[in-house]
Design a protein around this ligand. Structure first.
Ligand SMILES: [Ca+2]
Ligand SMILES: [Ca+2]
Ligand SMILES: [Ca+2]
Length: 422
């Protein structure tokens, strides 16, 4: 992997301004991706106090130091991989005393492991690793491993698993593959089973169903690679990567009971699945689905609850693998999708900082989504160009040198605003 100077990356990723405005208050409208670190195949960025961690698919977690991956890694695991396998998910416990990883050892198993949180600046003590849940990958190929894990508002650990390339797994309620799982990591209901070290929440839909997999919360998913809880409302956003026709976004209002069937493989998005839909449980229709080839693989994100980019507040931010980030917002009874920006690297993952700001992992770097005041200033300047005080088009916010007219001298001022002037 070549190290690309952050400044060059910044130019490569100059964001598209999505809304032109004139005479509007100075509210951040434009965004860009600010480089955090060059890193190939990063799958997650986590912020822990003053530390930033970047998790790599090939099995490592590094701290970021001076805009580089600090060596050695703070954690080296034996379950790195490539393609859709490897170290895929990371969750911090609500009390920040430990963290959890999701990975695919030798492509034979799915492993959720727990580690004690290190002190700031210290490496992870690998000897603290504990198996939380380990179960077989199903035969079918190396793909569709999903891998998102997070604690829900109810304190339970949610685990998104894929169908492992064998479609029928998703409707098979005796196995944990192709599902959203939900477990209580504070207790062990299986003292005789070293591969199940958790308890079953009593309201899991199959908690007491003989022969069925009690960890299942929802099912009928193909490859729910990235999901999230809205930190303000508790709504549960689940994206499912499609087969060859549709990419889908689902949302469940907070408090929705378990047992939702998302339809795969009877349905791919809102249309019949690869074997048709005869005799299928209609299940839950997606909130929205996107056809191929307009979309390639959906990368689920978050409802933005940060403060740096006010106009994104409350909008769901998500991506397509092939180079675009979008917003989704409610518009009366329907939902409106807008292009937020394009990138020139594949987008792998979006993660959320404790303050609600968002990180984005692409093929060769990790980034933070930030406002772009330079682009906002230039947009305002163009809209008011040539206007002087008293003219209808005049905008004092665009008159950056406050001489009463918006002209080239203001452009010179605008170019001193970060990041234009860097
Ligand atoms: Ca056990
Ligand atoms: Ca579905
Ligand atoms: Ca001026």
């Amino acid at each position: 992997m070549s190290l690309i100077a952050p400044k060059i990356l910044r130019v490569l990723f100059a964001a598209a301004c999505i809304i032109h405005w004139a005479g509007a208050p100075a509210v951040a409208q434009s965004v860009r991706l600010d480089p955090v670190v060059s890193a190939s195949s990063a799958t997650w960025v986590a912020e822990l106090g003053a530390d930033t961690w970047v998790m790599l698919q090939r099995g490592f977690i590094h701290r970021v130091r001076d805009e580089a991956l600090e060596e050695p890694p703070i954690l080296t695991t034996t379950c790195g991989g490539a393609g859709e396998a490897g170290l895929l998910g990371l969750a911090i416990s609500p009390d920040s005393t430990c963290f959890y990883t999701y990975c695919t050892p030798q492509l034979r198993r799915i492993l959720v492991a727990r580690y004690t949180m290190p002190s700031q600046g210290e490496p992870v003590d690998a000897a603290t690793e504990e198996v939380v849940f380990q179960f077989p990958r199903r035969p079918g190929g190396g793909n569709h491993n999903a891998g998102w894990i997070a604690f829900g508002p109810d304190g339970y650990l949610y685990i998104a698993t894929g169908d492992n390339g064998a479609f029928d797994n998703s409707q098979d309620l005796t196995i944990p593959n192709g599902k959203i799982l939900r477990i209580d990591v504070s207790r062990d209901d299986f003292p005789d089973d070293p591969l199940r070290n958790f308890a079953i929440p009593p309201d899991n839909p199959f908690a007491d169903a003989p022969g069925l997999e009690p960890t299942i919360w929802h099912y009928g998913l193909r490859n729910p690679w990235r999901c999230s809880f809205d930190r303000e409302t508790g709504d549960f956003w689940i994206t499912d990567v499609g087969n060859g026709l549709r990419e889908e976004i689902n949302v469940l209002p907070a408090g929705t009971p378990g047992g939702v069937n998302f339809g795969w493989p009877c349905y791919e998005g809102a249309i019949p699945g690869p074997f048709g839909d005869d005799g299928c449980d209609p299940g839950a229709a997606p909130l929205i689905d996107f056809p191929h080839p307009f979309f390639r693989a959906i990368i689920g994100g978050y409802v933005y609850r940060g403060s740096a980019i006010p106009h994104l507040y409350g909008k769901y931010i998500f991506a397509d693998l092939v180079n675009r980030i979008f917003t989704l917002e409610r518009d009366g009874d329907s939902w409106k999708v807008r292009l937020l920006m394009r990138t020139d690297q594949a987008i792998y993952s979006i993660s959320e900082a404790p303050d609600g700001e968002l990180y984005v992992c692409t093929s060769f770097a990790a980034w933070k989504l930030v406002p772009d005041p330079c682009r906002d200033s230039i947009s305002a300047l163009l809209a008011a160009y040539g206007a002087c005080a008293g003219d209808a088009a005049y905008n004092a916010d665009a008159d950056l040198n406050a001489d009463g007219c918006v002209n080239l001298s203001d452009l010179a001022e605008a170019l001193t605003i970060a990041p234009c002037g860097e």
